[in-house]
Design a protein around this ligand. Structure first.
Ligand code: PPS
Length: 311
């Protein structure tokens, strides 16, 4: 596998550089083949990530950003840790289930000796979150074959959630319609949505891959808990499933400081990380014309595919 790095020069990407306080910088790179957009220091870690040592008892939760990652991580961690709700509430999720590439691709942290070392040295079994697309992930994921749970969410809700995330985390000063246009062009962090999702969709029959959807979790969390437990080789009784479903409810997660936090956006609005958690937010958030173009964009990308996940 060889990577090709291209400096992102698009005007709408520069809109994000100028209107965000973090995450976007001049010199950010688009990494091919998938076109994933990451900060320029990713170049020095791309091969190390590709060669990163994977263990068969690792558990990876992978997604395009804002697809229900945190929700899935909490479900998976609790299934694997005998429903230890006390430790889950007491310990920040990012310490129990760290974000693999965050310091290699997004934040620069001078204090860290080596950004992958912390992940490398995690107590096993390791719980690892990533938003990297298939082509940038460690190659051993496909030879050692640890359990991977990929979560998808319909792209309009992803784009809307990503907009609020940019206000919360990066002080984004632009408006939602502008942001969604940039999302459609693939010029946001992590790049093109459909490439990310479809590359994983092709792997859905791999025995070590489970694809869940945000929409199924909303509709029937107990079924998703059962399906995920079976995939992980665990059995939960009915009372345990009910208790976990309660812990994973939107209200409960919103009131849980190991996963939720809030910040003030650029217009002094208070934004929670666990913000709204709904399916089908587009009619309240986007202009009808943009929704139409969004749907046409999805149809174009899904032509000649057998995708029947979140739409
Ligand atoms: S991140 O930053 O990429 O890791 O974000 P991610 O965790 O993937 O997605 C955040 C969105 O998931 C929603 N969420 C939930 N919805 C319903 N129920 C529960 N329990 C829940 N937990 C997280 C969260 O609110 C974000 O979606 P939006 O639409 O912004 O509310």
């Amino acid at each position: 596998m060889t990577f090709h790095f291209e400096t992102v020069k698009d005007v709408n990407f520069y809109h994000l550089v100028e209107n965000c306080d973090s995450c976007y910088e001049k010199g950010s790179v688009r990494v091919y083949p998938s076109g994933c957009i990451l900060q320029k220091h990713f170049k020095q870690y791309a091969m190390e990530i590709k060669n990163f040592k994977v263990y068969s008892d690792d558990i990876w939760v992978i997604s395009y950003p804002k697809s229900g990652t945190t929700w899935t991580q909490e479900m998976v961690w609790l299934i694997e840790n005998n429903l230890d709700f006390v430790t889950a509430r007491r310990t920040l999720q990012r310490d129990r289930f760290p974000f693999f590439e965050v310091k290699c691709a997004l934040l620069r942290d001078q204090k860290t000796l080596h950004p992958l070392q912390m992940i490398d040295c995690l107590k096993r079994p390791r719980f690892i979150k990533s938003h990297l697309p298939v082509d940038l992930l460690p190659a051993q994921l496909w030879t050692v074959k640890p359990k991977i749970i990929y979560v998808v969410r319909n792209p309009k809700d992803v784009a809307i959630s990503y907009y609020y995330h940019h206000r919360l985390m990066h002080g984004y000063r632009g408006n939602i319609n502008t942001f969604v246009e940039i999302f459609l062009s693939g010029n946001v962090a992590y790049g093109p949505y459909w490439r990310h999702v479809l590359d994983f969709w092709k792997l859905r029959d791999e025995p070590n891959v489970l694809i869940n959807s945000f929409e199924d979790m909303k509709k029937d969390i107990c079924s998703v808990i059962n399906k995920t437990s079976r995939f992980l080789g665990r059995t939960l009784n009915e009372d345990q499933v009910t208790a976990l479903a309660q812990y994973l409810s939107f209200e409960s997660m919103k009131n849980n400081s190991s996963v939720n936090f809030h910040n003030t956006g650029p217009d002094n609005e208070v934004i929670d990380f666990i913000r709204k958690g709904e399916v089908g937010q587009a009619p309240d958030e986007l202009e009808p014309d943009l929704i139409e173009r969004f749907d046409a964009w999805s149809s174009r990308h899904l032509r000649d595919t057998d995708y029947h996940g979140s739409l």
